[in-house]
Design a protein around this ligand. Structure first.
Ligand code: UD1
Ligand code: CA
Length: 441
């Protein structure tokens, strides 16, 4: 099977310089969702029809298994699919047409459509809507589909039809190659309508099958920021349900955002307002407290994160690690039973087991040009408000006194401290306001 993805539309109503199909849903471009769906269907060839801003689309999402066809100017959906036909030459299978701005169609729904059409029929994904306004209507005679009429071309009786064309269809590739060049554009919009192939199939005696998505959001498209936000909520809601079905405890399923892949062990609990980006792995019994942001991070079993913690890419935490409020970890590994409970930056560091990182500790990993690593060995104790100027190593069992600026390695098992000596000045007077000073306005 082939898939043609239509993505040439301008997306004016997004009011954005970014091409519509590149707007992210759950952290991934709309079109990337459709490409992913096509791959899950096992498509032999995937051809994206692009137009407006298309070079940027192509550069952003190109992959070895994708073909690209440029449509310029955009003369309608039939004209769009026609542009993809050279890329499908020599394939005998059927071709599924998807839309680059319809991101959430379920694979199962498409499989039902493909099965309904079989090898020799035209298959349409249709839906019954209470308010069908704006959609192409499915015209049936004696229960059989005979054609699709667009809203703008329909008469009153046709407008009353509530079965609509979602736009998604599957057709024998050879039939498409035959039909598409013969499409006309004598209609209300002066466009070459893909939907006109339905009447062509019927006139050839080809059966027209239909299938329906289970949920209306499966075939909803994104034309505006409002619709984008609505489908984002649908996606997040579905994902939250899946997580809970796997046994994850969510304090509030409407207050979690997963923009990538979240893999959870048993008995994971996630409090409200947490954002997961990229690939995040949470081991058994991990607790994520409220208001955390985790990106491309691995959290070992029994660890507790947050509230208000940020784990950035390359964070690998062992078992029973505590990362508390206002702690940021980046490109660092922290081994079992270590803790950084308050206000710290741990960047480019390798931290051993049972290490205590005091409040206000900062790894100074960047000199303005290059980045360096900090190594903290097992059982070290890092006093509060310490700066570790990398590259630097804190030996096993070492203690750093509070306020230390560490610029050379700290030997194991010793107290290392760098601190200006404390002085007290007897008789010192606190300045007082000068009563004669002119009041400034
Ligand atoms: C189309 C269908 C209509 C259906 C509706 C579902 C036709 C003639 N009509 O109408 O029956 O109910 O979708 O939303 O097919 N596109 C291109 N190149 C073009 C024109 C469109 O790539 O020249 C792409 C758009 O980017 C979009 C999709 O095709 O992703 C649909 O185009 P749109 O203009 O929204 O079609 P409708 O007029 O809504
Ligand atoms: Ca549309």
């Amino acid at each position: 099977m082939n898939v043609v993805i239509l993505a040439a539309g301008k997306g004016k109503r997004m009011h954005s310089d970014l091409p519509k199909v590149l707007h992210p849903l759950a952290g991934k471009a709309l079109l990337a969702h459709v490409i992913e769906t096509s791959r899950q269907l096992g498509a032999a060839r995937i051809c994206v029809v692009y137009g407006h801003g298309g070079e940027q689309v192509r550069e952003t999402l190109d992959a070895p298994d994708l073909g690209w066809a440029r449509q310029e100017p955009q003369l309608g959906t039939g004209h769009a699919v026609l542009q993809a036909m050279p890329a499908l030459a020599g394939t005998t299978a059927s071709t599924l047409v998807l839309y680059g701005d319809v991101p959430l169609t379920r694979v199962a729904s498409l499989q039902r459509l493909i099965a309904a059409a079989g090898d020799g029929a035209l298959g349409l994904l249709t839906a019954h809507l209470n308010n069908p306004h704006g959609y192409g209507r499915i015209v049936r005679v004696d229960g059989k589909v005979v054609r699709i009429v667009e809203e703008k071309d329909a008469d009153d009786a046709e407008r009353a039809i509530t079965e609509i064309n979602t736009g998604i269809l599957v057709a024998p590739t050879a039939a498409l190659a035959r039909w598409l060049p013969t499409l006309g554009n004598r209609n209300a919009q002066g466009e070459y309508y893909l939907t006109d192939i339905v009447a062509m199939a019927v006139s050839e005696g080809m059966p027209v099958a239909t299938a329906h998505p289970e949920a209306s959001w499966e075939t909803e498209g994104v034309n505006s920021k409002l619709q984008l936000a609505q489908l984002e909520r649908v996606y997040q809601q579905n994902l939250a349900v899946r997580l809970m079905e796997q046994g994850v405890t969510l304090a509030d399923p409407s207050r979690i955002d997963v923009r990538g892949e979240l893999i959870c062990g048993r008995d994971v609990s996630i409090d409200v307002n947490c954002v997961f980006e990229g690939r995040v792995v949470l081991g058994d019994g991990v607790r994520i407290k409220a208001n955390c942001v985790l990106e491309d991070a691995v959290v070992g079993a029994g660890s507790v994160i947050g509230p208000f913690a940020r784990l950035r890419p390359g964070t690998e935490l062992g078992r029973d690690v505590h990362v508390g409020n206002f702690v940021e970890v980046k490109n660092s590994s922290v081994a079992d039973h270590s803790k950084a409970n308050h206000l710290a930056y741990i960047g480019d560091a390798t931290i051993g087991s049972r290490v205590n990182v005091g409040a206000g500790t900062i790894t100074c990993n960047y000199d303005g040009a290059n980045k360096f690593r900090t190594v903290i060995e097992d059982d070290a104790f890092i006093g509060s408000d310490t700066q570790l100027v990398a590259p630097v190593t804190v030996g096993r069992g070492a203690t750093l006194g509070a306020g230390t600026t560490l610029t050379r390695n700290a030997p194991p098992d010793q107290l290392t401290i760098s601190r200006a000596q404390q002085v007290s000045i007897p008789g010192w007077k606190r300045p007082t306001k000068n009563a004669n000073a002119k009041k400034k306005d």
